[in-house]
Design a protein around this ligand. Structure first.
Ligand SMILES: *Cc1c(COP(=O)(O)O)cnc(C)c1O
Length: 510
């Protein structure tokens, strides 16, 4: 397949238009002539040209709306369309963040309720909706922990324990917040090594960052003792809430003794992941940390004559971490999701996510070795390489694309060699899971009979195997620059695909 899609600039024809602008109803400006750009170089296209162009582009990408997307740790949940319909209601989508609070009481009520529901789900005393992503929530929570220790004059607490299975954002946030990350190993059951935690506990410990269930998809069986050890030496417990989808309505991190945790609204509450933003990663805090939450948060006012809801800063707040109130459109979608399912529905979703993941583990464990043979939670990790055939986890993943499935997460967590981390989520049906098992099994057979075929995959996608390092280092974001790429590469993987002479140069449409 060598299909290229013409850019909007190539499709452009002078005089074509997709819309009519109304006649100006404001006085002409008297800008100096040299400030006026008569020709912005914008493409001219009919509405049909535009629709076909963007539809074609969208179909060259893989999304949760186009196929099974079992990307472990990332929880690629289906985004229910009712969320979008509600988020587009003008009262939500057209509110201005600087509007007087009396005029947006409904929106503040929505934020207030969402804070309350997230607090209830997590078992926390308070929630701030400010942070814009899970990683941003981590950084926020760590700043709150720092503020807590500083307020008590306990300034020698500079170390944060992080298990070796942790997501890379954990040590990164820790370092950005001015702490030192202390790595502790996992034990033979895939849980944190309790003795290593004990050894790291002293009066220089600021706290621990822990994901539960962890990134192997395993519940931390001794979480109670871990929390006790850290608290006993004066440390705080940060919960990485990325895996909350496994336990909503079943376990509340606050009840386990967690002091602060982020919620990834795009992983647990069905908001879109959205290509880097806008996202949302609210933070929940226990009673002793709630006053440090970033603000503004929404409070219920007790003045009977004034508006019912108002924005306020928590008394010892670390300040703002986002402009205005955070990404409001995401709050609307998460609110819609929680409201639609209710307490029983949220719990059922978690139970189905766990059931689906265990079903896949058991179906796949003969073909792909599972290092920790335990009942898993919403995801599990297996060894993705086909031994003896020289086929690696990456090759299996690329071949899956030819079968119409998005690959699982590759090579994470780092402690499992050739890791494939599989997370089906709750919305996938049994026929879809069975088709995935069939594809995975077929690939192991191909790997033995025709390894070259698997190692050169994918063969059926618009873009073949790329040099991923180069693609990341020399990112070509411009439609215009893509022109100079020429035809898409053929079946043989080559280094250097994905960037061309135009890469990195500024173009007018960037
Ligand atoms: C996704 C993830 C994060 C980071 O969350 P973002 O919302 O992507 O910033 C942190 N920890 C774990 C375990 C994750 O899976």
């Amino acid at each position: 397949m060598h299909d290229t899609i013409a850019t909007v600039y190539e499709l452009s024809a002078p005089g074509r238009a997709g819309m009519d602008l109304p006649a100006s109803d404001v006085p002409a400006s008297d800008l100096p002539a040299e400030e006026v750009r008569a020709d912005c170089g914008l493409p001219e296209l009919s509405q049909l040209d535009v629709v076909r162009h963007y539809l074609a582009l969208s179909q060259r990408n893989f999304g949760v709306d186009s196929g099974f997307y079992p990307l472990g740790s990332c929880t690629m949940k289906f985004n229910p369309k009712v969320n979008e319909a509600i988020a587009r209601m003008p009262g939500f989508s057209e509110a201005h963040p600087l509007q007087p609070q009396e005029t947006v009481q409904g929106n503040l009520a929505l934020m207030f309720e969402l804070q309350r529901w997230l607090a209830e789900i997590g078992g926390f005393a308070g929630v701030s909706l400010q942070p814009s992503a899970g990683a941003h929530g981590e950084f926020t929570g760590l700043l709150m922990m720092r503020a807590f220790h500083r307020e008590r004059g306990d300034i020698k607490r500079t170390r944060i324990i992080i298990p070796d299975s942790a997501h890379g954002t954990n040590p990164a946030s820790t370092t950005m917040a001015g702490f030192t990350a202390v790595e502790v190993p996992s034990n033979g059951r895939g849980n944190i090594d309790l003795e290593a935690v004990r050894a790291a506990c002293n009066d220089t410990l600021a706290g621990i960052m822990i994901t539960n269930p962890n990134t192997l998809g395993l519940f931390e069986e001794r979480i109670g003792e871990v929390v006790e050890l850290v608290h006993a030496c004066g440390g705080l417990v940060y919960g990485d809430g990325a895996n909350l989808n496994a336990v909503v309505g079943i376990v509340r991190p606050g009840d386990l003794g967690f002091d602060v945790m982020h919620y990834n609204l795009h992983k647990t509450f069905s908001t879109p992941h959205g290509g880097g933003g806008p996202g949302s990663g609210p933070v929940g805090a226990s009673a002793r940390l709630r006053d440090f939450l970033p603000g503004p948060v929404v409070e219920m006012a007790n003045d009977p004559n004034g508006p019912r809801y108002r924005l306020a800063m928590p008394v010892k707040s670390i300040g703002r971490v986002s402009p205005f109130c955070g990404n409001f459109g995401m709050f609307v979608r998460a609110y819609a999701y929680i409201r639609q399912h209710g307490a029983a529905g949220l719990r059922a979703n978690s139970e189905h996510a766990v059931l689906n993941a265990n079903y896949l583990r058991v179906k796949l464990r003969d073909a792909f070795k599972v290092p920790f043979e335990r009942i898993n939670m919403h995801e599990f990790v297996c060894r993705g390489a086909v031994d003896g055939a020289g086929v690696r986890a990456l090759d299996v993943s690329k071949r899956l694309l030819d079968y119409g499935f998005h690959p699982p997460t590759n090579y994470f967590p780092l402690i499992v060699p050739e890791a494939l981390m599989i997370e089906p989520t709750e919305t996938e049906s049994k026929p879809t899971l069975d088709a995935f098992v069939e594809a995975m099994t077929a690939i192991t057979k191909e790997a033995r009979s025709d390894p070259a075929q698997v190692k050169a995959a994918p063969h059926r996608t618009p873009v073949r195997r790329l040099d991923e390092v180069k693609a990341a280092r020399e990112l070509v974001l411009s439609d215009r620059a893509a022109l100079s790429l020429g035809p898409l590469p053929g079946p043989a993987p080559q280094a250097g695909e994905g960037s061309g002479p135009g890469g990195g140069r500024r173009r007018r449409d960037e």
